[in-house]
Design a protein around this ligand. Sequence first.
Ligand code: GLY
Length: 401
Amino acid sequence: MKKIKWLAAMGLLFFSLSGQAQEFKTSASLLKTIKTNYVKAADQYKIMMKELEGDRFPKTFSNKTRKLETSGSGWWCSGFYPGTLLYLHEKTNDQALLTEANRMLGHLEKEQFNTTTHDLGFMMFCSFGNALAADPKPEYKKILLNSAKSLASRFDPKIGCIKSWDSKEGDFLVIIDNMMNLELLFWATRETGDSSYYKIAVTHANTTMKNHFRPDHSSYHVVNYNPKTGAVQKKHTAQGYADESAWARGQAWGLYGYIVMYRETKEKVYLDMANEIASFVLKHPNMPKDKVAYWDFNAPNIPDALRDVSAAAIMSSGLFELAKYTDRKTGQFYFNNAEQMLKSLSAAPYQSLPGTNAGFILQHSVGHIPENTEVDQPLTYADYYYVEAMKRYEAFNAKKK
Ligand code: GLY
């Protein structure tokens, strides 16, 4: 008996040191809501699929025209729709979702050779990556590998970064969002044994850590490097309120990105970074009570500023993962915040009413205020990370069984 107790204690110690055994109490009522939400979300996406024509991908539902807006496969968000369909198929086993996901993967496939964008992680890993996880077909691997090669082609060793946006000569633009595209590169190294993808991801993350963050661990949106010398020329915003402000989705991309960095490398420096970003956003005086962030932490008209549901969805999903990697107390803090985000997003005013918004699950996201596009509208990536957050929450419950 004594021996069993001793072994159990050692086991607990091992798990708490490795940070893998965190258990958090899930709410029965939220779990019930999530179950209903999968079905409601599937119904919404069946409305959306009826509205889509040919090879068009959903983008948003316009407040002005009251119509679904679509894009071609080259738009950075094209992977989210098939990715969400696959997540929802996993949860509902509804064949119509899988058929539609496969139809869209067919239209997306050609982007594996697209070297004009850094968004291949979003486009290909959220779609074909999910498809591969559900069904390990060799053709998915090939597509993902070509995508990783295309993404890696944008890496410049002098700068130590993947180029985000093509721009005029003399500019090398890197945005914080780029952290989200690195997961594809880690997968490629695992798959092929070729460490060059891994090294690119680590170098990009290290350069970003050095140059994108302020002393308070908020991040700039864009860093412009000198392509000849690698020196930083300018730090500014494109989608935030101001150059020195903390654009909410940018903070969410950085948070999620460094959590993935820690998952993939187990290097403490990335865990520390993720903890610092989490602390910045969660303890920020402008974080509202329902934890659905304003579109920019420094928006001038808070508390009347718009919320960004997409930022909350990304943060919620990321924090559920981060909660597993930290000490018990910090983990509980992350879990509670992520749970509150999920609760808020699962209710009015953030949920679309059934049959509305051309089938989007959530409303009230903010795409690009300075350009006045996709403002206070549904967005595919808000839906994607929301469904992912629900899956991650449910997984805490599954572990207990
Ligand atoms: N990656 C672009 C955005 O977050 O809007």
